[in-house]
Design a protein around this ligand. Structure first.
Ligand code: PEP
Length: 239
């Protein structure tokens, strides 16, 4: 089954890179593709692919220099937004409480949150992956109804796999996908949820990852700013 492909282009690209990336996207079928560029480039992509932002403010509007609100995203018809990425949790010290606020702000404006969760290397080594997943899901989705949670996209991204070239085994990824789906079913009666895998997905490992049925899609960092790699990953869905 074809998987949803979401590219998180982080802060990798400048205007020229974006322009040639858009040209590449025009040559492929982007039905199940979402690109999340830096804010200034959202408009560049909108005619060829669905777009998402990489962050949103917890505030509605006002004197918050450098922030972008959910209503500003809505006014630009941006349908998706990443929240809780581990880089923001680490560098901007984003808390689960703030992530929960951001999810609420997005949902109020009918923007789909793409919520990132996942464990650190030492947490995997001491077998607390499931504890971390539960803790993050409980805190980040606090107060949300079943129907609301079903609108969210969850990205399981082991922090130690992001940008490192390391990935969990296929069995470990499958276990995490099943665990997230079962936990949300037991806890909130969520029957329909899209769960992505993220962490060093590339043109080299995507064919193998495509065989894992429980993965509904990918959140792709580094390879989503490399036109050939991203094109290969998109094309791998129609093999
Ligand atoms: C990410 O940052 O969401 C990510 C998955 O990065 P990479 O693909 O580079 O590991």
């Amino acid at each position: 089954m074809s998987k949803l492909i979401i590219g998180n282009q982080k802060m990798y690209m400048n205007r020229e890179d974006v322009i040639s990336f858009v040209e590449m996207l025009k040559t492929v079928s982007c039905d199940d593709v979402i690109v999340c560029p830096s804010f200034p480039y959202l408009e560049y992509y909108k005619d060829v692919v669905k777009v998402g932002a990489q962050n949103v403010s917890t505030a509605d509007n006002g004197a918050y220099t450098g922030e972008v609100s959910s209503s500003q995203l809505q006014s630009l018809n941006v349908p998706y937004c990443i929240v809780g990425h581990s880089e923001r949790r680490e560098y901007q010290k984003e808390t689960d409480e703030e992530i929960n606020q951001k999810i609420n702000k997005l949902l109020e404006k009918n923007i789909t949150p793409i919520l990132c969760i996942g464990e650190k290397m030492e947490e995997r080594q001491n077998k607390s992956t499931e504890t971390v997943i539960k803790r993050e899901l409980d805190a980040d989705l606090k107060g949300l109804s079943t129907e609301t949670v079903e609108k969210i996209i969850i990205a399981y991204e082991p922090i130690w796999a992001i940008g490192t070239g390391l990935t969990p085994t296929s069995e470990e990824i499958d276990d995490a996908m099943q665990f997230i789906k079962n936990y949300l079913k037991e806890r909130l009666n969520v029957m329909n949820i899209t769960v992505l895998y993220g962490g060093s997905v590339s043109e080299k490992n995507v064919d193998e990852l495509n065989t894992i049925a429980s993965i509904d899609g990918y959140l792709i960092g580094g390879a989503s700013s490399k036109p050939d790699a991203f094109k290969y990953i998109i094309a791998s869905q129609s093999k």
